[in-house]
Design a protein around this ligand. Structure first.
Ligand SMILES: Cc1cc2nc3c(=O)[nH]c(=O)nc-3n(C[C@H](O)[C@H](O)[C@H](O)COP(=O)(O)O)c2cc1C
Ligand code: SF4
Ligand code: SF4
Length: 248
């Protein structure tokens, strides 16, 4: 999605937060164009690791910040927290917009099958284009109405979610594993080592689902919950299936 937006607004200054997280180096970013953060929604807010990365990163140039969160259903009151982040960074908050994309949280929820994933991604295209046009025009995103329930979700529920659900002890690997190492190389937090060719999880996980969703052999499970659930992994704006094939 970030690639798509960058193309529409003709901005080739695009960086991957995942790559920065992976390399662990401190980033210093200079841009005279608006800052546009594209991230998934985790527990009705921007992922904690992304928020932390933004806080620790030095940004110079433009002070306008837009946030686009992909989500399976909704991002609650995430905008309030993005606004607070902007205050800390001395930025102008230009809005946060959710875009519905295929649900990927197969450790907890049912995920859509291949055709539905494609259809959801297709349906998102006009919203993505409209948001990009707003950015190009220098207009802020609309402020959505937020319910009391959404305030609770993004507020007290969010830290409870991290405390009680975000653990990597539920991951297991089966003998379908072909020792390709993709789970380890894709983990943004370098939380996976291969031992005797098989992944082991080391306790520093953000539940992004890149390891389980992107395994080409579908060899990873999360407790019994992920069994028979469809897996996908989005790489360079393309939906990829367990077979490793790119279909979109
Ligand atoms: C840990 C975790 C928490 C999630 N929390 C939410 C949520 O609060 N609301 C929602 O609509 N979707 C939620 N999702 C679904 C993702 O935000 C959604 O599938 C998103 O498009 C994933 O983006 P990605 O495929 O680029 O990682 C969650 C997914 C994960 C893995
Ligand atoms: S991605 Fe899957 S097949 Fe490859 S090493 Fe990891 S578990 Fe094994
Ligand atoms: S879910 Fe897998 S890829 Fe994502 S942070 Fe945890 S171990 Fe790494």
């Amino acid at each position: 999605m970030a690639l798509q937006i960058a193309k529409i607004i003709s901005d080739d200054e695009i960086v991957s937060v995942n790559q920065y997280l992976k390399s662990g180096g401190k980033a210093a970013i200079q841009s005279e164009r608006p800052l546009v953060f594209v991230a998934p929604t985790y527990s009705w807010r921007m992922p904690r690791v992304v928020e932390q990365w933004i806080l620790e990163t030095s940004f110079r140039g433009s002070r306008d910040a837009y946030f686009i969160l992909t989500c399976g259903g909704g991002c609650g009151n995430a905008a309030a927290y993005a606004r607070k982040l902007c205050v800390k960074k001395n930025w102008r908050f230009c809005g946060l917009a959710p875009v519905i994309m295929p649900e990927n949280y197969l450790a907890l929820f049912p995920t859509p099958e291949e055709a539905e994933c494609r259809s959801i991604a297709d349906h998102a295209q006009p919203s993505i284009a409209a948001l990009a046009e707003r950015i190009r025009a220098g207009e802020c995103f609309d402020k959505p109405a937020v319910t009391f329930g959404e305030r609770l979700q993004s507020g007290p529920v969010n830290p409870l979610f991290y405390t009680f659900f975000v653990r990597d002890t539920g991951f297991t690997v089966s003998d379908r594993c072909i020792s390709c190492g993709k789970c380890a190389s894709r983990c943004p937090l370098n939380n996976i080592d291969l031992k005797a060719g098989k992944p082991t999880w080391n306790g520093s996980c953000t539940h992004c689902m890149a390891c389980i969703g992107g395994c080409p052999a579908e060899a990873i499970e999360y407790k019994s919950k992920s069994r028979k659930r469809h897996r996908h992994y989005i790489m360079n704006d393309a939906l990829c299936w367990g077979s490793g094939g790119q279909v979109k």
